[in-house]
Design a protein around this ligand. Structure first.
Ligand code: NI
Length: 128
């Protein structure tokens, strides 16, 4: 049994153009969905919060700038074109000295701050 294709015509997503639409840091925007996953675009600057996700794996692809993914096992420094997949259960804390643009791929259920709820927790994400 085949599912019904979406009614909207397919369009391409230009990352530079999408990133130009927002400026907030640590506020991922949903650019699209892949089954139960979302493609999110985020601008990062400074340090986030140590957290883990009970169930969700998270993929971070650096589009611009440099991302330091702090892990309990040591830091990973990612340049544009590089990605890291953080498995569920693994504590991490993203950090970017200068503004960094990342594309995230993660299940829709993923809360940005994982097991931590604080002033940076976002329950609703905007679209871009
Ligand atoms: Ni996370």
């Amino acid at each position: 049994m085949s599912s019904t294709p979406a009614a909207a015509p397919l369009t391409k997503i230009n990352l530079a153009e999408r990133f130009a639409r927002f400026h907030e840091h640590w506020s991922p925007k949903v650019a699209g969905e892949v089954n139960d996953f979302q493609v999110k675009l985020a601008k990062l600057q400074g340090e986030f919060v140590w957290h883990h996700h009970e169930l969700e794996d998270e993929l971070f692809l650096v589009v611009k700038g440099r991302l330091t993914m702090q892990l309990r096992s040591g830091d990973l420094v990612l340049e544009p074109g590089e990605l890291v997949i953080v498995p569920h259960g693994v504590e991490h804390c993203p950090k970017a000295e200068d503004e960094c643009w990342v594309l995230l791929l993660e299940p829709k259920s993923t809360l940005n701050t994982g097991n931590v709820v604080n002033e940076r927790t976002l329950h609703e994400l905007g679209q871009v």
